[in-house]
Design a protein around this ligand. Structure first.
Ligand code: AMP
Ligand code: MG
Length: 489
């Protein structure tokens, strides 16, 4: 475990041509203080968690001090926002501070979000507020706990710097940690500015640092695009299975490593509503929960188009065509695990479609439905509908489905206890419900950080029981289902 000053840096991105970004000094926050630090992310960086208690830690990650090895840089990228190309994007309120290396040579980007204006800020103030920083902090921890690829958040800090949104809020910074901050939009920038040599340079960079196994491939760029398609399909399967809506799937928010990236007005499903729109600025529902699979395909096509100087059309089409079946395959694995099904049977698609119809028609809580089902032994299913009485208003169609499920389980060769164990590993007890995040935020804004800590604790291992925190695993109150989350952050 290292002290902060002992972190080793090897800043590779800043070696790329100068127009890939702009060197910017972070603008400090007034009277900054630590709100929370995630010890699991300290572990990733091999950073001693005790460092979080030092004044240096606060100063360094709120722009008030420097660290040897830091080379703060705002990255330039562009992208498609709500289907429209925008050439003016880039790190407008964040900086890549440097890339640190672990003892095994693994590279982690350290990015400071909320560090002030950059040449890419457009009309923005370059700041982040405590509310949205806590939302990103907790969501990254939740995704990690669920086993879903994501950027991480090392720590969140608040300050006395006022930041004006719909009202005055507390200025904050978040330390984002990720294998890479490369987005689809980095490639789009180079393509739309006709920098085709640099496009190749960036592809080589991505392959060298993140897909080294492709270096010896006979068609490395085709293989790179195929890898991005595969990683994206896996990510979307994870989101759909767990009930996560990203909310702003613009191409500048899509990671080429298939990480969940840029947490804004995201939402985890409470009730199962397939067309759930978590972003209240998304008037047409472009980024509704059930649109995510096709939007990811749209985004991959946009990336494929940007790669045309490197790849022939056939290679792009081949990769794009594989997306749908890979997604289906991954999603099916996850949903089968959620029902604890090991064997495959023809009747399974009917079992799933009846289940989804039931969940949708009665607006059943998605997470609690599966968790409740997990706890019921096969022999009890035939009269288990009352166990769902808090979740389902009309129990009779549910009992019909439970009977079908019980019958299907007789075709399994595994022990029933094995099925229940499998289900327990794939049906979380805890998810980051919107109203829980909101409560944690309101308390933190008043100086009480305990709920942030409690959520961090359960979300790190969301499949465990944590009986003393069961109050964080209940149905949301009615007001909690209708909270409006805007893009403003
Ligand atoms: P986002 O909606 O967070 O994905 O951001 C879209 C674009 O707006 C990116 O180029 C951001 O860097 C920029 N941006 C978002 N918020 C701010 C802000 N408060 N100040 C400056 N730029 C911002
Ligand atoms: Mg963004």
């Amino acid at each position: 475990m290292r002290k902060l000053s002992e972190l080793i840096f090897n800043n590779t991105y800043s070696e790329l041509p100068s127009h890939f970004g702009t060197r910017v000094i972070p603008q400090p926050l007034d009277n900054p203080y630590l709100v929370s630090v995630n010890p699991l992310i300290c572990d990733l960086l091999e950073l001693d968690p005790a460092e979080a208690g030092t004044a240096d830690f606060v100063d360094v990650f709120t722009g008030n001090d420097d660290l040897p090895g830091f080379e703060p840089l705002a990255m330039k990228y562009t992208g498609h926002q709500f289907g429209q190309y925008n050439p003016d994007l880039g790190d407008g309120r964040g900086l890549l501070m440097g890339e640190t290396l672990t003892s095994a040579g693994k590279k982690w980007d350290i990015h400071l979000k909320g560090s002030g204006q950059t040449p890419y800020s457009r009309m923005g103030d370059g700041r982040a507020v405590l509310r949205s920083s806590i939302r990103e902090y907790l969501a990254s921890a939740a995704m990690k706990g669920l086993g879903i690829q994501t950027t991480h958040a090392l720590a969140v800090f608040a300050s006395d710097t006022p930041v004006y949104r719909e009202k005055t809020e507390k200025g904050a910074t978040l330390v984002r940690v990720a294998e890479s901050h490369l987005r689809f939009g980095h490639f789009e920038y180079l393509f739309y500015t006709q920098r085709h040599d640099d496009l190749k340079l960036l592809a080589d960079y991505l392959i060298k640092h993140h897909f080294p196994d492709l270096r010896v491939h006979t068609s490395p760029y085709a293989a790179m695009f195929q890898r991005i398609v595969d990683l994206t399909a896996v990510l979307i399967a994870d989101w759909q299975a767990v009930g996560f809506a990203h909310g702003v799937m613009n191409t500048d928010n899509m990671s080429v490593l298939g990480l969940t990236f840029d947490y804004g007005p995201y939402g985890f499903l409470d009730d199962y509503v397939p067309g759930f729109i978590c972003n209240h600025s998304d008037y047409t529902g472009r980024y509704a929960f059930n649109q995510q699979p096709s939007i990811a395909m749209w985004n991959l096509s946009a990336l494929g188009y940007a790669l045309t100087p490197l790849l022939d059309k056939e290679a792009i089409d081949t990769a794009l065509h594989s997306y749908q079946s890979r997604l289906q395959q991954e999603y099916s694995i996850r949903m089968r695990n959620k029902l604890g099904l090991m064997a495959r049977h023809e009747s399974d698609s009917g079992l799933f479609s009846q289940m989804f119809d039931l969940l949708a028609s009665q607006s059943v809580d998605y997470t609690l439905f599966f968790r409740t089902l997990t706890g019921i032994p096969a022999e009890a299913l035939s009269e288990s509908a009352p166990a769902f009485s808090e979740l389902v208003s009309d129990l009779s169609p549910l009992q019909t489905w439970l009977n079908t499920y019980a019958k299907r389980l007789t075709l399994e060769t595994q022990e029933d206890s094995a099925r229940q164990r499998l289900m327990q590993m794939h049906n979380p007890k805890f998810i980051l419900r919107n109203y829980l995040a909101q409560q944690a935020i309101e308390r933190a804004e008043n100086g009480d950080h305990q709920m942030v800590e409690d959520l961090l604790h359960v979300l790190a291992n969301p499949y465990d029981e944590h009986p003393q925190f069961s109050h964080l695993a209940v149905k949301p109150p009615q007001w909690g289902k209708t909270l409006e989350i805007s893009c403003s952050s």
